[in-house]
Design a protein around this ligand. Sequence first.
Ligand SMILES: *[C@@H]1O[C@H](CO)[C@@H](O)[C@H](O)[C@H]1NC(C)=O
Ligand SMILES: *[C@@H]1O[C@H](CO)[C@@H](O)[C@H](O)[C@H]1NC(C)=O
Ligand SMILES: *[C@@H]1O[C@H](CO)[C@@H](O)[C@H](O)[C@H]1NC(C)=O
Length: 329
Amino acid sequence: MWLRLYCLLNLAVLVFCTDKYSREDFPPGFIFGINSLPLQNYWTCKAEGAANEDGRSPSVWDTFAHEGGCPTHGQNRVGCIQIFYLMVKTYPKWKRKYQIINPKGLLYYNILINELISHGIQAHVMLFHFDHPQALEDEYGGWVSRKIVKDFAYYADVCFREFGDRVACWTTLNGPNVDVLGGYDTGHLPPERCSPPFGLNCTKGNSSSEPYLVAHHLLLAHASTVRLYRENYQVMQDKQLGFIGLNFFVSWPIPLTNSTEDTIATRRALDFLIGLILNPLVFGDNPYAVKNNAGLRLPAFSDYESKQVKGAFDFLGLNHYSTDYVTDN
Ligand SMILES: *[C@@H]1O[C@H](CO)[C@@H](O)[C@H](O)[C@H]1NC(C)=O
Ligand SMILES: *[C@@H]1O[C@H](CO)[C@@H](O)[C@H](O)[C@H]1NC(C)=O
Ligand SMILES: *[C@@H]1O[C@H](CO)[C@@H](O)[C@H](O)[C@H]1NC(C)=O
C-alpha cells in the first residue's frame, strides 16, 4: 500500500523554490525523486552519456539529433532503453533476431541500481521514453507496426528478469499521448511522421490515421507488458517487489468561454488528448467521441485485447505542466 502511494507521488514534481519549504510540508509517504534520461526531448538533449559506446545502437532520437532536430544536442547519450537498442541490433536474417542482449548494458544498469539502493534510494524504472531503436523504425516502421508489441514485451521481460528484484516501480511508457501527437500528427518530434494540413515538413507518415494506429499499438504493448509482469514476476512476492503502471501527459483543458461550443470542444479535447489512452485502460474501449470522429482510422479492440488493456495498471502517473484554454475550431 505504501509503495503504491510512493509510485503515485513520485512522478514529475517540479518545485520552483522561491520560498522556504521543508520536509514537514509534505506528507510522510511523499517521495522526492530525480531522474536520469537518455536523449529525450528539446530540453534534455544531453543526459546520460556514452551514446556510441559498448555496442549501443542509435534510437530515433539520435537520428533526429544528428539531422539537426535537437538544438543543444551533445555527443553522449544512453538510457535503460540502451538494452532495447542492443537487443535489436541488426542481425543476419538466418539467425534469430532480438535475442542479443548486451552484457555491458545489463552491467551498467545493475551497477546503477545497486548504487542507488546502497544509498537508500528506491529504483524506479521507466522502460520507454519516446526513443525506440532506429533499427525497428527502419525494419518495420516502429510503432506504426503491430510487430513492435511483441518486441516491446520481450525487451521488458529482460528488464524484469535482470532488475526486477530491486525495482520498486516500473513505468512502461512515458506520455504515450505526446508521442502520438509529436511523432505522428504534427511530426515535430521523432520519428517525424506527418502529412498536411496537420504537419507540413515530413517526408512520410499520415496525420489522419497513424496517430490512432500508434496509440493502439502503444496500449497493446503496455498491456501485454503489464500482463507479463503480473503473471510471471509480480506473483513471486519474495523476489519481486514492484508495481507497474504508466504515465501520460495531462494538460488540463478548460473552456475559453462559457459557450456551449467551447464546453463541448473541451470535452472533446479531453477525450482526444487523455481519453485516447486512459479510457481503454479504465473501461477497455476507446472514448466514444474519438470513435465517432475517427471512424475506421481508429483500430477497434478485440474482446481479448479489451480484457488485456482494461485494468492494466497498478498506478497512473500524471505529467502535469499547465492548464489549457480550449475553444471550438
Ligand atoms: C517547416 O520547415 C520550415 C523550414 O525549416 C519552417 O520554417 C517551418 O516553421 C516548418 N513548419 C512546420 C509546421 O513545422
Ligand atoms: C491517410 O490515411 C487515410 C485513411 O486510411 C487515407 O484516406 C488518406 O488518403 C491517407 N492520406 C495520406 C496523405 O496518405
Ligand atoms: C463561466 O461561468 C462561471 C459560472 O457562472 C463563471 O464563474 C466563469 O467566470 C465563467 N467563465 C467565463 C470565461 O466567462
